[in-house]
Ligand binder design. Structure first.
Ligand SMILES: C[S@@+](CC[C@H](N)C(=O)[O-])C[C@H]1O[C@@H](n2cnc3c(N)ncnc32)[C@H](O)[C@@H]1O
Length: 340
């Protein structure tokens, strides 16, 4: 075994990524297989865009080799140079040692069939809502005409921009509280040449007074405090503002349910992702008719609700949401319904 010169391998290799291995790994497929094995052995957490070690190793390998993400299988047996191997292994190393999500290492995430710039200014796009966008939100829209749509808590802008891309006749707004996220969303709008989308800084609906939408879609923060504190290291690279949402994950969702009727058109629709907070929400508001969407892989904690049902139950929702914000009930607000 001839040890490789540090000139060729300047990266510090983790245990098992030794010099002999670099002789044994010769092809693209070798590298992908090797990366996947090391990722599994290191106990990485997946789920930031890809849900398994092979796909992540493929993504990182092709990125480092400057090859398209959909490279044909025929190239799998192509041999790589030592310098290329070094680049691939350096990415594997950061993924393992620093637990950086693969999308942040490559700077790119795919969502609804579109390529987005991805970096720690916003969460890695991964919402199941992509499937609804690609299906034209049917059967949920039921033929309703959409002229204006809102993506509340837009982050990287992925939901807003995918809606704008697939529906060029819609006017789409994306709102977020984070300046960093909005800067990334603007860069993504330029990347996708989305002329029918704009981004607004807003604490939920606060900067959207007087605006009305036929469809509001939102993937807000909904992770409970306890879960946020216990999340795998991968999540620590993402902004906590996009995750943490109170003791039961519903602090933001309740405010959205309370205020959405003021911003929905008469027969408007709200589609909201709450993930694991689904059970807490159903327990808190058992009387609210939420339809839990069935995705190709099953239920994913995303519901649809009609404006008129939010109006009907507004008194109870308002009481719950106001309590989270420390708003003391007044005779008018506790009577409910006065805003509509
Ligand atoms: C779960 S991330 C979703 C991002 C994006 N929609 C996606 O699906 O990848 C939630 C987003 O909500 C934003 N956010 C948190 N609190 C907010 C608030 N009060 N008003 C507006 N946006 C908020 C965060 O900055 C973050 O970008």
């Amino acid at each position: 075994m001839i040890p490789l010169s540090p000139l060729y391998l300047p990266v510090r290799l983790p245990p098992g990524m030794g010099a002999a291995m670099t002789d044994e790994l010769q092809t693209i497929i070798d590298l992908i297989r090797y990366g996947a094995s090391r990722f599994n052995a290191a106990g990485l957490t997946f789920g930031h865009s890809y849900d398994n070690a092979i796909d992540e190793a493929t993504q990182l390998t092709l990125h480092a080799l400057h090859l398209p993400h959909d490279l044909g299988p025929a190239y799998g047996n192509a041999r790589v140079t030592l310098a290329e191997k070094e680049d691939v292994l350096a990415l594997f190393l950061r993924r393992i040692e620093e637990r950086v999500p693969a999308a942040y290492l490559t700077g790119e995430a795919w969502f609804a069939g579109l390529s987005f710039k991805s970096d720690p200014r916003a969460l890695v796009p991964r919402s199941p809502i992509a499937e609804l966008i690609e299906a034209g939100f049917e059967p949920w829209l039921g033929g309703r005409e959409v002229r204006r749509a809102l993506d509340l808590c837009t982050g990287s802008g992925c939901i807003a921009l995918a809606m704008a891309h697939y529906n060029p006749d819609w006017h789409v707004d994306g709102a977020d509280l984070s300046d960093d996220a909005l800067a990334l969303a603007d860069e993504n709008a330029q990347r996708l040449l989305a002329g029918n989308a704009r981004f607004v800084k807003s604490d939920l609906f606060s900067a959207l007074q007087g605006e009305h939408y036929d469809l509001i879609v939102t993937n807000p923060p909904y992770v409970t405090d306890d879960e946020t504190d216990a999340l795998p290291r991968e999540y620590s690279h993402e902004p906590e503002l996009g995750l943490r949402a109170g003791y039961d994950g519903l602090d933001i969702v309740l405010r959205i349910l309370r205020d959405a009727p003021l911003h929905l058109t008469e027969d408007g629709l709200l589609i909201c992702e709450v993930g694991e907070a689904e059970r807490a929400l159903a327990k808190l508001l058992p009387e609210l008719p939420l339809i839990w969407i069935e995705f190709k892989v099953g239920q994913m904690g995303v519901f649809v609700v009609e404006r008129h049902d939010l109006v009907t139950h507004n008194a109870r929702i308002t009481a719950l949401a106001n309590a989270r914000e420390g708003i003391v009930p007044t005779p008018v607000s506790s009577a409910g319904g006065s805003l509509f």
